[in-house]
Design a binder for this molecule. Structure first.
Ligand code: HEM
Length: 152
């Protein structure tokens, strides 16, 4: 196991860059998908606009958010293992926030299914609120990884 860890440590910079790239792609989707839902909620089921939103949401979810989500979840724990950060308090708090963020992703997938089935489960206000949560979580996560508070 130590050999694998040393081998991966040689690629630390590349893995960190890949983690940040994946995080950017994931967050772009997490911030944009609920915004599409806000507009989608205002269209009539079966209308041309509604069908266009369905395609946009599906492409965003399947081509960007889901692959980036998987990459973040592989690269983050690998970095934590290489750096030994898995022992640090800041990472434990970050991990809890990432779990909530991942739950938001799960909620987005559930809402996506509803829209694909032409259901209108919530009003636009609901999606606007859903839109804010990932932004707040992202700010807290970035502060944690950069400042590394609570004594490492
Ligand atoms: C699966 C859970 C995740 C784990 C275990 C994890 C772990 C890590 C680790 C160990 C580092 C290297 C920190 C260092 O030593 O400088 C890192 C960097 C970073 N992570 Fe994550 N991460 C995860 C998910 C996320 C998510 C969801 C975000 C953003 C929403 C994020 C944002 C960042 C950023 C911006 C950096 C760069 C920080 C820097 O280089 O100063 N991570 N992550």
């Amino acid at each position: 196991m130590d050999e694998l860890r040393n081998f991966l440590a040689d690629y630390m910079d590349g893995l960190l860059a890949a983690h940040i790239i994946a995080v950017i792609a994931f967050m772009a989707g997490m911030l944009y998908l609920p915004r599409l839902y806000v507009y989608h909620a205002g269209t009539a089921p079966g209308s041309e606009a509604s069908e266009t939103f369905k395609v946009m949401e599906t492409k965003l979810l399947k081509a960007i958010i889901n692959p980036a989500f998987i990459a973040v979840w592989i690269l983050g724990p690998v970095l934590a293992w290489i750096t030994g950060a898995y022992l640090d308090t800041w990472l434990h708090i970050k991990f809890a926030l990432v779990i909530i963020l991942s739950g938001m992703h799960g909620l987005n997938v559930r809402l996506w299914r509803g829209f694909q089935a032409d259901r209108r489960e919530h009003d636009a206000r609901y999606y606007r609120i859903i839109n804010e949560v990932p932004a707040v979580l992202m700010v807290l996560i970035v502060l944690l990884v950069v400042l590394k508070p609570f004594g490492g």
